[in-house]
Design a protein around this ligand. Sequence first.
Ligand SMILES: [Zn+2]
Ligand SMILES: [Zn+2]
Length: 387
Amino acid sequence: MHRIEEFWDLQSEATEWRRYLHRHPELDYRLYETAKFVTEKLASFGIDNIATGIAETGIVALIHGERGEGPTIALRADMDALPISEASNKPWASETPGIMHGCGHDGHTAMLLGAAKYLAAKRNFKGVVALIFQPAEEDGRGAQRMIQEGIMNRFGITQVFSMHNWPGMAVGKFAICDGAISSALDEFDILVRGKGGHAAKPHLTTDPIVIAAQIITGLQTLVSRKTDSQESLVISVTKLNAGTAYNVIPNFVEISGTVRTLKSTLRDFAEKHIRSCAEGIASGFDAEIEFTHRRLEPLMFNHTEGTNFAISAARGLVGHDAVDSNAKPSMGSEDFAYMLEARPGAYIRLGNGSTAYVHDPAYDFNDEALPYGIGYWVNLVETVLSP
Ligand SMILES: [Zn+2]
Ligand SMILES: [Zn+2]
């Protein structure tokens, strides 16, 4: 197990990579320059088994250990940026208008490159490390697509690990928990179809606006009155669309929103009851609804064995007290959840210090965190693949 001090000397190089990536952000699957940069760096470390073009611009590179036969474990970094105009005022700010690395995936990529350089030089582990560089995390599809294109079987991956930077947590700290660590994400649309007319004669209409207002209140009642207060369910109406004039009651109202839960049974509950609540209220007022519900991202679930590996790798690096092993799950979602559905493993949070929050135009990945992420990856590999 290595202490953090052993990784300081990788910081300046990793910072250069990170700032290069930050200046050149790319979106979703269109990570042409990013993938080229990553592939060139991997090759320069002496890694010769590099598969490119997976899910368009995704990469899987293999590093074989020199301590004997063993399983293949995967370390995953996401590479994509966000369609946000940067306001960090940093000298290395985005050079592409309207796009920025607002979630720190530039840092995740640089940390996995740093680990790749170290692991390829020392190879002090058994088995194989598969480095997964993933596109399109932000649209929630990239991980799933890499799995659909067969990476788990093609590379014989038996366990998967990932990490995400965490603004608000001090640099040098880690947080993780066994079980659900990040919520499932679903979206719904409710079209309330009434009957429009003159605003002065509402009794001749079926006013969908008043009905929609009751549906919105009803949805909040599902959480407050029908869900166990010890369990987590968030239903947020985030879009409401109706009407075009002051004196016209419209024919319909569109309501859209999102559902987040930490339990798969609550996911089923929410889908069923959002529909029945909307249908019940609408039918009471002679209106009709059209309901659609999309399951976007699964619950992200850390497995016990992988979590224990992650905790000991992080504690070996920074000491016992700098690793919170009982972190509170987040109601945000993360598409690494698909990889944790496909294979056991764990996802950990890495302190990013007191920066702006992710997806904020003022956000920037904290380069001080780079050696911690690199050191964590190295310790994790040498722990899971210890001869
Ligand atoms: Zn993000
Ligand atoms: Zn992210």
